[in-house]
Design a binder for this molecule. Structure first.
Ligand code: FAD
Length: 312
């Protein structure tokens, strides 16, 4: 059965926090495999990210914490990982993160961890030091237990179907992903893309290169031309011309939202038909559009959610 999961970002002010509180209910009620929470570059959102993760921990949904390592010392990164584990988080998305833009790298302290793979190893190491053993109940023998290895941790990493902007070749992207799996990652989540073949071709190449972990496609219903431009600036993907034209031609914000939802739904259907194990939805902290995509792909029941409101 294909899975679905959501990404949230830490709200920036009280109004955004109240809006997130409203949107969380419908997202959680849909029953995602996990909900990930982004982490501001250089730790800028540590407290707020942790607050959202704690709220998720109080529900039945599994939270996943994004962590970045660029600019951190080993000691700082270890402390951060321990803080999240102490809060009860056991799923992470380990990222290198981006150094501050516009400053030459020679003038920046890039920190002790050179890549996401090193952060993956550090998360495993900190978790094992913290909890080397755990007790497993023995069926049929009340009160008896055997000792096993520590609590399993899910460590996801980023994958780039159309190449990381700094990567020099497809081979480098595949090698980077393979190295992350060798370091102990057990799930990958992809950067945004707009054509199913970009993802399906990348996964085929990754399998041929020896990557065995699940690679979830990251999708976002893009509900306006302005949002499309913002997203492309952030992720560095090429302009999807067909979608851009349709968003521009939309007669109203509601019409543009319908275009974005239909595009994401069609893409999700093609990905699932092509063998994707699930769909990871970038929600922008809104529930209506992601849930509309899931209904359109049959991953959730139509009658479980109110369909009346479409975000502008
Ligand atoms: P890595 O896998 O370590 O490297 C990525 C690529 O860069 C590789 O191709 C590698 O070969 C190349 N590279 C690395 N170092 C160098 C170097 N010194 N010189 C030349 N090439 C190099 N960012 C955030 O700040 N917060 C988030 O919450 C966040 N969430 C994300 C979620 C997803 C699903 C994705 C896809 C990205 C996310 N990002 C986030 C963005 C991410 O931090 C950037 O894309 C970053 O540039 C790469 O991180 P990585 O973990 O892929 O790095």
């Amino acid at each position: 059965m294909a899975t679905f999961s959501f990404e949230l970002y830490p709200p920036r002010d009280a109004a955004a926090d109240a809006a997130l509180e409203r949107e969380l209910g419908p997202l959680i009620a849909a029953g995602p495999e996990f909900v990930s929470v982004t982490y501001g570059a250089n730790g800028s959102s540590r407290g707020v990210s942790l607050d959202v993760l704690r709220r998720l921990l109080a529900t039945e949904v599994r939270p996943m914490a994004h962590l970045t390592c660029v600019g951190s010392s080993y000691a700082e990164a270890s402390r951060l990982i321990r803080e999240f584990l102490d809060a009860g988080v056991t799923s992470f998305l380990a990222l290198r993160g981006d150094p501050p833009a516009g400053v030459p790298e020679s003038e920046i302290d890039l920190g002790d961890l050179g890549s996401a793979g090193e952060l993956v190893q550090l998360i495993h190491r900190v978790q094992l030091e913290r909890e080397p053993y755990r007790q497993h109940a023995l069926p049929g023998l009340p009160g008896a237990a055997r000792l096993g290895s520590g609590r399993p941790v899910t460590i996801a990493v980023a994958a780039f179907p159309n190449g990381h902007p700094r990567s020099r070749s497809r081979a480098q992207d595949l090698d980077t992903l393979l190295a992350k799996e060798a370091a102990g990652a057990n799930l990958a989540i992809s950067q945004l893309f707009f054509h199913a073949d970009d993802y399906l071709g990348f996964v085929a190449d990754a399998r041929a290169a020896g990557v065995t972990m699940r690679i979830l496609p990251g999708l976002m219903p893009v509900l306006s031309r302005a949002r499309l431009d913002r997203v492309l600036r952030l992720c560095g993907e090429a302009l999807p011309e067909g979608l851009a034209r349709e968003l521009e031609a939309a007669a109203s914000p509601e019409d543009a939202a319908r275009v974005g939802i239909e595009h994401a739904t069609g893409l999700a259907r093609d990905l699932l038909a092509g063998g994707a194990a699930g769909i990871h939805l970038y929600t922008f902290n809104r529930s209506e559009a992601p849930l509309a995509v899931l209904r359109g792909t049959g991953l959730i029941e139509p009658e479980r959610h109110d369909t009346t409101r479409i975000p502008a």
